[in-house]
Design a protein around this ligand. Sequence first.
Ligand code: AMP
Length: 214
Amino acid sequence: MVLFGPPGAGKGTQAQLLRDRLNLAHVSSGDLFRQNLNNNTPLGLKAAEYMKQGHLVPDEVTIDIVLDKVLSLNSEEGFILDGFPRNRYQAEVLEKALAQRSRGIDKVVHIDVCQEELIRRLAGRFNCRDCQAPHSIDKVAFSQEDLKCGQCGGELYQREDDRPEAVQRRIEVYQRETLPVLDYYREKDLLLDVSGLDTVEKVNKDVLAGLGVI
Ligand code: AMP
């Protein structure tokens, strides 16, 4: 399955819930880049130049790293792609690579959230340095305890690309380059549209209901 939506829609949060509930592997392109950056690999350092400004990392870097991960999974293992594909070319390459292994995308879940809400959410988003889990923090009234990950106790930090200048660019890039991928999947009748404006639990319920799991 592909989890699709603008930055701040809640893809990462929903991916973690779906991973646990449906026993799927979670492959997040952004997390793969951040792990590389934490380990100071050449790939991580190259990706970071684009990420911090809110641009897409070039396809020749991105496609290899994501496909390596997906194609290394056991053929029985289902997976959730989070943050990939982000343009039409990535979608086409993904489809071909999966077809060569007699695999494919069953569903594309589109989590839709309006722009004002995205900006509000990203301003208060903090991520765990260890497990990457996203958390929402009220910057005016937070305690030291709030800066610890609720899942693994790791330290929370604000991503450089969640700062206002980069957020605006990421939303523009989403509208220009990533939104057209929706039409690609709509034509293939794979799309499930879900409003991402509700609580995490309600969005999760809507996704599971749309997938026919509950
Ligand atoms: P994310 O964690 O999904 O918000 O991704 C963070 C950043 O990583 C994005 O703003 C891009 O710079 C880069 N990135 C992640 N996925 C992709 C992708 N599929 N194509 C190009 N760049 C990506």
